[in-house]
Design a binder for this molecule. Structure first.
Ligand SMILES: Nc1ncnc2c1ncn2[C@@H]1O[C@H](COP(=O)(O)OP(=O)(O)OP(=O)(O)O)[C@@H](O)[C@H]1O
Ligand SMILES: [Mg+2]
Length: 356
């Protein structure tokens, strides 16, 4: 990256003996929408708090616009934060809440007025300026919190699960609005969520975190199509994941032996004898009444669930693992208890290295 606005070099954070962020390296470009995605407790908020300068790194260096983050007081930084539990001042009006940061900085009153009104327009809350937070819906409160951060013209906005409290419909709507706002203003966003769909929709790049480590940093499409670790494969979308040992390599075709039987995947860089995983998305699983070349995964249909647009079928493999697949059908094409053989197009599955 030619000119990163934020850099993390070997950053670690320990609380007592508990290392919650480990050897993190990250460069974030100007105007980029980067998401930290991962399950509860993986270190997302801690990472964000260190970037904001609210928390010191135990080791490593964090630079914002080329300068060490510790060297500036919070109010001097070009970084603003929208917290996980956004707290508006309850006794202040919407107008006063948004104006607060500018008032503290003693910006002239008429300039404050212009900027606050501009923000209200941007988050589509014109006419709400005299309301108190109590008289707002969750989505409206959230938009006030975002306006309150944006009014300071930050170069970087850190957002910690800003849409977590909203219902699904409003969340989807706000996702689109936030993304538009970010593009229009050209502000760098570092966005924290544990919602993989939200991350895939909004981000330029996603850092998938697990146990204090970034397991994969990539554009959404690559994260979805080519998960690099077993964890990422399991966390993003729905996949069947098999564990086994590489048994045969022929060109770019790999045969893996698992407790369920033999299966084949397209991939490179694997050696006979090494432990590995194969991940297959539910829509890519096929079945046949006789074994298919490269596969030996016999099983029995367990049940189906109707999920609106698709039917999800569960198959108990004779080897013990359950396999799920989905189809866009009105009626299931198999019967409960029916015996069948599972397979897939080897290029539609992903070969994954075993992590150390
Ligand atoms: N001040 C603290 N003192 C001790 N441990 C802490 C402190 N803050 C966070 N932790 C621990 O650090 C780990 C990471 O916490 P963090 O808040 O960064 O997780 P998170 O990814 O934001 O999770 P969530 O999705 O639930 O918000 C957790 O195990 C947490 O208990
Ligand atoms: Mg958190």
């Amino acid at each position: 990256m030619s000119n990163p606005i934020i850099t993390l070099e070997g950053v670690e954070k320990a609380f007592g003996k508990n290392l919650v962020v480990k050897k993190m390296n990250l460069e974030i470009g100007e105007g980029e929408f980067l998401t930290l995605l991962g399950p509860s407790g993986c270190g997302k908020t801690t990472t964000l708090r260190m970037i904001a300068g609210f928390e010191d790194a135990t080791t490593g260096v964090i630079k914002v616009e080329g300068e060490h983050v510790e060297t500036k007081e919070a109010y001097q930084r070009n970084v603003n934060t929208v917290f996980q539990n956004y707290a508006l001042f309850p006794h202040m009006t919407v107008y006063q809440n948004i104006a607060y940061g500018l008032t503290i900085k003693k910006v002239p009153k008429d300039e404050i007025h212009t900027r606050v009104m501009e923000m209200l327009r941007m988050v589509q809350l014109e006419g709400f300026e005299q309301r108190k937070p109590d008289a707002l819906s969750g989505g409206q409160k959230q938009r006030v919190a975002i306006a309150r951060a944006l009014v300071n013209n930050p170069k970087v906005l850190l957002l910690d699960e800003p849409l977590g409290a909203l219902d699904l419909k409003l969340r989807k709507q706000m996702q689109v609005e936030l993304k538009r706002l970010q593009k229009k203003l050209g502000i760098t966003f570092i966005y924290v969520t544990h919602d993989q769909e939200e991350a895939l929709t909004m981000s330029d790049r996603i850092a998938v975190m697990h146990d204090g480590v970034i397991e994969q940093l990539d554009v959404p499409n690559e994260i979805y199509e080519h998960p690099k670790t077993r964890f990422v494969a399991g966390f993003i979308g729905e996949s069947n994941i098999f564990d086994g040992v590489c048994e045969k390599v022929e060109g770019d075709m790999i045969t893996m032996k698992s407790k369920n039987g033999i299966m084949t995947v397209k991939g490179e860089g694997f050696e006979v004898g090494e432990e590995m995983h194969i991940a297959v998305r539910l829509e890519n699983v096929e079945h046949a009444s006789t074994p298919v070349d490269g596969f030996d995964l016999p099983g029995k249909v367990k049940d189906f669930i109707y999920q609106g647009s698709v039917i999800k079928t569960s198959v108990d493999l004779d080897g013990g693992q359950e396999v799920n697949y989905t189809r866009f059908e009105r009626v299931s094409e198999v019967e409960e208890g029916e015996r069948l053989y599972i397979y897939w197009n080897p290029s539609k599955a992903v070969a994954i290295k075993k992590s150390n």
